[in-house]
Design a protein around this ligand. Structure first.
Ligand code: PGA
Length: 265
């Protein structure tokens, strides 16, 4: 059984004051199984949780999250190890600042910065080499979906990484299926539409790596919110969510954590 995983993607949002307020509201409400003290607002958390924050706030968030149940993640990482790459962040730097995760290949980076499948794969390898778990994002545009290319596009995006990934690293991946047309638009894939793609990704992973492929968590992302989280995560191959807008509102993020914790398959 794969443990559910709820990861917030703050994107380019936040400030020192806003981050502190948001994390304090979330952390004070989270109650772990076996914990006796019940906070005023409480959410039973029985899933893995992370927040992926803008690079300048990593140190602040590392300090705020220390010792708590929420892991830290970055939103992007360099495909290079170190050197003359102005503006880039090395995987070792993310690791040093307490990150356990990093998002790679988010559609906003693929579209806005022309990141290729090969570059995304290199980023994931850098992350793994530094001891981070890459959350590799895949997803089709509306035009690609309407042209019947969803499986081909998403499959090619994942294959570019699987082609270069050493077999013993496969179990360390997290995959996020994020249909581009659902990101930040309020349009969500129906649970059935999402599950169809998740099942295809699972089949691909298992075809190449029978055992580890079953353990890889495949998150759904794209306007996941309290109203749809439970039904999405009830699907057989949807193992959690990569949450954008709703991760910036404590009540919404907590409700999604509660939904993930309540799902039994
Ligand atoms: P959204 O973003 O939840 O705001 O749609 C998800 C993402 O881009 O990771």
């Amino acid at each position: 059984m794969r443990r559910k995983f709820v990861a917030g993607n703050w994107k380019m949002n936040g400030s020192l004051a806003a981050n502190a307020a948001l994390l304090s509201q979330i952390q004070s409400a989270i109650q772990l199984p076996m914990q006796s003290k019940t906070p005023a607002v409480s959410v039973q958390a029985d899933c893995d949780i992370a927040v992926c924050v803008p690079a300048p706030y990593l140190a602040q968030c590392q300090a705020l999250l220390a010792g708590g149940p929420i892991a830290l993640g970055g939103q992007d990482v360099s495909a290079q190890t170190a050197g003359a790459f102005t503006g880039d962040t090395a995987a070792s730097m993310l690791h040093e600042l307490g990150c356990a995760y990093v998002i790679v290949g988010h559609s906003e980076r693929r579209a806005g910065y022309a990141e290729t499948n090969a570059q995304v794969a290199q980023k994931a390898l850098q992350a793994l080499a530094a001891g981070l778990t890459p959350i590799i994002c895949v997803g089709e545009t509306l035009a690609q979906r309407e042209a019947g290319q969803t499986n081909a596009i998403v499959g090619t995006q994942l294959a570019a990484l699987l082609d270069v990934l050493p077999a013993d690293q496969v179990g360390k991946l997290v995959v996020a299926y994020e249909p581009v047309w659902a990101i930040g638009t309020g349009k969500t894939a129906t649970p059935e539409m999402a599950q169809e793609v998740h099942a295809m990704l699972r089949a691909m992973l298992v075809a190449r790596h029978a055992q580890q492929g079953m353990t890889v968590r495949i998150l759904y992302g794209g306007s996941m919110k309290p109203e749809n989280a439970a039904e999405l995560m009830a699907m057989a191959d949807i193992d959690g969510g990569l949450i954008g807008g709703a991760a910036l509102k404590a009540a919404d993020f907590l409700a999604i954590i509660a939904a993930a914790s309540a799902v039994t398959k």
